[in-house]
Write a protein that binds this ligand. Structure first.
Ligand code: GLP
Length: 244
């Protein structure tokens, strides 16, 4: 779906999330959301905060699982995805803190495998993700599933691509300060979501969107795997869609 601009598209995605939360509330159920970081979803979170403040949308029945976190990373660091989520969403809505899950960047190396398995189990025990939102990196990564990621991959420790670290260098004051690793949900984890929305804005994303939507399905561009699913929507602005 192509919208004229990022703002219009973000409001539309936020409305979809709000409708899901409200539908679950009516049934006395919890909404289980997979959330993303990066610049792309900022407008969606801003609109959700507005819906909470101005229209009384409650997040009390919402459980969230974030896609990824840098490793190593302290949660209170300025660049952590914990800080990002708090600043953009969680500090401004009524979500119970125990409902929030973000991969832990402070684990010892030998704790990571068991932690990642448990992350998957927690999602499964809640009967899976109702909705996963995604951005896309210029390497074609979703979450931090870089080129080479297997379609059935689960939550795990990964090595970041050089281009991904270069793109993150501004946040860290130089590429040398960007962690070389991250913990990310896998492609398989993402695929189990009942609905997936991938968002992209601006001309900078147009070449990778073309590859993701029209290119050959390949681990070289992990987002191409989304072509195999029929519950995926790409939500784009005109610039990101300009090479399609
Ligand atoms: C990071 C995140 C991804 C995100 C990507 C794109 O690598 N781990 O989940 O999709 O950046 O970032 P942006 O939205 O800032 O372009």
């Amino acid at each position: 779906t192509v919208y004229p601009d990022e703002q219009t598209a973000s409001v539309r995605v936020a409305r979809r999330i709000a409708d899901l939360i409200l539908a679950k509330q009516k049934k006395g159920e919890q909404a289980v959301l997979g959330l993303a970081t990066g610049a792309t979803p900022v407008g969606v979170y801003a609109e959700l905060v507005r819906l909470h403040r101005e229209e009384g949308l409650s997040f009390r029945n919402v459980i969230t699982f974030n896609l990824d976190e840098y490793y190593p990373m302290q949660p209170d660091a300025a660049q952590s995805y914990v800080t990002f989520m708090n600043e953009n969403l969680f500090d401004h809505v009524d979500i119970p803190r125990e409902n929030v899950h973000i991969p832990d960047g402070t684990l010892e190396r030998d704790e990571i495998a068991a932690y990642c398995l448990n992350y998957e189990h927690m999602i499964e025990e809640l009967n899976g993700l109702d909705l996963q939102i995604l951005g896309i990196g210029r390497t074609g990564h979703i979450g931090f599933n870089e080129p080479g990621s297997a379609p059935n991959s689960g939550t795990r420790l990964v090595t970041l691509d050089d281009l991904t670290r270069r793109d993150a260098s501004r946040d860290f004051g130089g590429k040398e300060n960007v962690p070389t690793k991250a913990i990310t949900m896998g492609i398989g984890t993402i695929f189990k979501a009942r609905e997936i929305i991938l968002m992209a804005w601006s001309r900078k994303k147009a070449p990778i969107i073309k590859k993701a939507v029209e290119g050959e399905i390949s681990s070289e561009v992990p987002a191409t795997y989304l072509q195999l699913s029929d519950n995926v929507e790409f939500v784009l602005d005109e610039d990101a869609a300009s090479e399609l």
